[in-house]
Design a protein. Sequence first.
Length: 155
Amino acid sequence: MATLHLMVGLPCSGKSTLARTLEQQHSALRLTPDEWQIRLFGQDAEAPEHNARHTLIETLQWEVASRALALGINVILDYGFWAREEREDFRARAKQLGASSELHFLDVPEHELFRRLAQRNAQRSSLAFHIPEEMMRPWIAFFQKPTPDELQRRD
């Protein structure tokens, strides 16, 4: 049975780093929208079109992911999954395809997120967005940490 792995956490929590490790451990297809978006549109985090582009990429990636899961291939969605409703939606989609699902939650203290953000912004990467510090604060406030029951693998 294929497994859908959902990477849960805020920017700079280590999701993509863990996703790359899980990709090797589980012979999984890893889909990270930021990597696609940067390659297609550059560092556009502050552009008016950013969110629409991001949504389109996630939609396309889900089409690829759902086909892979149906074929029995493990998939990692490196989306962040900030809201429980979104996590539950993707878990239901996996179940419909006959796949199990698992959350990988990276709970990083706020001060550490900002330290990592400063380091990330100073280095500029072709794999990660430059994110102004003021953009992070509302995201932290919005983020819904998974409950213990959500962290259980679902077959």
